[in-house]
Design a binder for this molecule. Sequence first.
Ligand SMILES: CCCCCCCC/C=C\CCCCCCCC(=O)SCCNC(=O)CCNC(=O)[C@H](O)C(C)(C)COP(=O)(O)OP(=O)(O)OC[C@H]1O[C@@H](n2cnc3c(N)ncnc32)[C@H](O)[C@@H]1OP(=O)(O)O
Length: 285
Amino acid sequence: MMRYGVAMASILRRVSQSFVNHRLLASPFKTDLMRPMVTLSWPFSAQPRDFSLPNPSWSKEMMQQYDLYTSQGEAEDGEEGSGPWIRLPSYNRTLKFATGGACLSKIIQSEARLFTRNITVPGAGFEYVLFIKKTQEKCVCIFQAGHLLEGPPGHVHGGATAAMIDTVNGTHASYLCGPVVTANLNINYRSPIPLGSTVMLESTLGQREGRKTFFSCRVTSTDGSKVYVESKALFLSISVSHILGGTTEHLIRYHDVTPGDITALPTRDLEDSETMRRTWRTRRP
Ligand SMILES: CCCCCCCC/C=C\CCCCCCCC(=O)SCCNC(=O)CCNC(=O)[C@H](O)C(C)(C)COP(=O)(O)OP(=O)(O)OC[C@H]1O[C@@H](n2cnc3c(N)ncnc32)[C@H](O)[C@@H]1OP(=O)(O)O
């Protein structure tokens, strides 16, 4: 039985590796290969992996919190439930389904991955799930910090905590305001977070002044009794071309791209992409 299990694990590893190889070998510049290339990143499924669903590395504490929030809301993307919380799906690319040919594939960089989702070994890095309140003024995150996030011995690196705060505030801001970037992030670290522990991040909407939206965030123990971090952030609404502008300037200077290629870019593909619709709600309250 034991040997059978080991053999199965080896076969599964090889099959999943062949998916990885397929993705790496496919040319990023052939438009017809773009869609299979990105959707095969998770073996045995044509769908991309939703990292915010439970996996065996989640601690009992993480699962208890997850069950608490899902029981108070709904679990499926976009469906209305009776409770106040909506779980937000999470992928390892924000623009996974973008199409648009050679030039766009250069700009989007097919091998790029969302920073907080690029450690794929379950439990080793950032394990987290976000829920947004239907009234939208709050967004919470259950976060379990893996052993690859060490800073001070046995504790979480301050940069990893900052990345999580930016992710939670940034997702909350994107949900409310559409495309945004972080302009300012101010963090007070109150107490070190033990590696392997489960903590809560609570993002709260502050003032809105034109393009500027302010948020605060608190990182606490799951029962709220211990405060680890308190922060404030400013997000600025931007157009998609603000993000692409910097990238295209770099491409014109250092790569084989002309300004004509850039103006011909089908940026509508970005705005229409399935992931964009799923993750960046453009409706404003
Ligand atoms: C196409 C993309 C599609 C993606 C789909 C995503 C789906 C979401 C899914 C999953 C989310 C995961 C979540 C991740 C989240 C991560 C977020 C980040 O980490 S973003 C990276 C770090 N941030 C930067 O790189 C910004 C770099 N800076 C800039 O681009 C500019 O400086 C910018 C836009 C911030 C401001 O430039 P200006 O020219 O547009 O605006 P000006 O005139 O300078 O400022 C406007 C107002 O804001 C104030 N302001 C600007 N910067 C400020 C600052 N640092 N502090 C205080 N005030 C500031 C100014 O004083 C001004 O205020 P007055 O209108 O006069 O009242």
